[in-house]
Design a protein around this ligand. Structure first.
Ligand code: FMN
Length: 204
């Protein structure tokens, strides 16, 4: 199982990335789990410009392919203005609609206080629902009090461990690609229709 961590933080020494790495390290303790980390800001992916996902090249192509190839995910973003960062959203704008279909995703967010904890439910989870992913019901939210000089509070470490276990357990129970009815096909730009092979499959 390839578990990909995706961090939407633009900060050096990101707390969000620290939580994601904690989940990756916990998951890697389990047999057959390989982990990798994608930090979207340093990935080299460009801003989505409206072309179909298959038309991107270079680093952006590599990033899209890396996400598509993974079997499961732990994704996280700092709260910016009560939601995920623009760079986090940009990655999802680049992906084909079916990139995450039927795959398991764990959700993480960090913020300056508890104030935006529920953005996990009304911002991050609906974004993943668009992709017909299975999101783990429980989430990890870290605010200032959950980070210590040397690391994380025990409670936060335990939350990351629990999220890792559930991502792996659920992933073993589902079949990537099997996610019920397809999302309606969306033409990104009327002057750039997707290849005929992808029309009606929700590929854009
Ligand atoms: C532009 C900006 C907007 C922010 N907006 C919020 C916010 O709406 N709610 C919140 O709790 N924290 C907010 N914060 C604080 C960050 O979410 C918090 O410091 C976070 O843990 C940073 O994560 P990072 O270290 O992974 O970058 C904001 C920070 C910045 C720079």
């Amino acid at each position: 199982m390839r578990l990909l961590g995706i961090s939407g933080s633009p900060s050096q020494g990101s707390r969000t990335t620290r939580l994601i790495q904690q989940v990756l390290d916990a998951a890697a303790q389990q047999a057959d789990v390989e982990t990798e980390l994608l930090e979207v800001v340093s990935s080299g992916a460009i801003l989505c410009d409206g072309r179909p996902p298959e038309a991107y090249e270079g680093e952006t192509r590599r990033v899209i392919d890396q996400v598509v190839a993974a079997d499961a995910y732990v994704v996280g973003s700092p709260m910016y203005r009560g939601s995920y960062t623009g760079s986090f959203k940009n990655l999802f704008d680049l992906l084909p609609n079916d990139a995450l279909a039927g795959k398991v995703v764990g959700l993480i967010a960090t913020g300056g206080s508890d104030h935006h904890f529920l953005a996990l439910e009304h911002q991050l989870r609906p974004l993943l629902s668009f992709f017909r992913a299975h999101t783990v019901p429980g989430t990890v939210y870290g605010q200032n009090a959950h980070f210590t000089q040397s690391g994380l509070t025990q409670e936060t470490q335990a939350a990351c461990q629990s999220l890792a276990q559930e991502i792996v357990r659920l992933s073993r129970a589902v079949t990537p690609g099997q996610a019920g009815p397809a999302y309606p096909s969306i033409v990104r730009r009327p002057d750039q229709r997707p290849p005929s092979s992808s029309i009606g499959t929700g590929e854009t």
